[in-house]
Design a protein around this ligand. Sequence first.
Ligand SMILES: Nc1ncnc2c1ncn2[C@@H]1O[C@H](COP(=O)(O)OP(=O)(O)O)[C@@H](O)[C@H]1O
Ligand SMILES: [Mg+2]
Length: 258
Amino acid sequence: MTTPIVEMRGIQKYFGAVHALRNVNFTLMPGEILGLVGDNSAGKSTLMKVMTGAYQRDGGDVFVDGGLTHFKSPQESRDFGIEMIYQDFALCGNLDIGQNIFLGRWPKKMGIFIDRERMYREANDVLKRLKVDVNSVFQKVESLSGGRQQSVAIARAISFNPRVVIFDEPTANLSVMATERLLETMAELKKQNVAQVIISHRLTDIFAVGDRVMVLKRGENVGDRYIKHTTEKDVLELIVSGKPETALTADEARARAA
Ligand SMILES: Nc1ncnc2c1ncn2[C@@H]1O[C@H](COP(=O)(O)OP(=O)(O)O)[C@@H](O)[C@H]1O
Ligand SMILES: [Mg+2]
């Protein structure tokens, strides 16, 4: 029996008077690709930020590898192998690709000098691991297209050797080609047994790469389906008029996966 890599039970989150997450359940299995969908303000980003420790929950439990956790910051969840890629990528445009991938932890020589050779070699390695083709790791990030910038943000995340990667609306501003590349990258990461969450309005993308899809509506679970057992039409129906239900428990998820 497999333990979920992340499980959240009964998550509550308030922003002042706004009840953003109402008793939300969430399960992610190792190597699984989960689509997280729902209308604007459904609580998708908030749920993922609760998972990484970027936001503190007001109720409920977060388990990683079956153990209860209380991440105080994304830095703490990173140490557990959880990486979130934000919509705006959070890169430094005036620095080059290699510098961005290792931002805040440039490799050092003799404790003081930046080991440029190692930094660019490792940057190349991680881009290769992703099968991402950038012309040169010395290019400034601001000179890259949106899709390439995203590749750099992903490469940075991958360089931490994560076990879980969360993509928050990654294809919203991407060209068709760049979207294809992203989906290939996700498939590649899946082969390496990295669990992934993709938040997207584009059900086609989720149905192309996903194993399962979870639907939130106004901060509540309204559906959790295996891709092979559902259709885009049914998921759309849940997004628009789904009734709150309890998501799969870990046992149910396992039973269905069997
Ligand atoms: N930092 C914040 N401060 C105040 N309200 C927030 C904050 N983040 C999210 N919210 C509110 O929580 C609700 C869910 O937002 P969000 O998780 O961003 O939705 P989604 O990602 O599904 O579009 C919305 O009503 C939003 O306005
Ligand atoms: Mg969002």
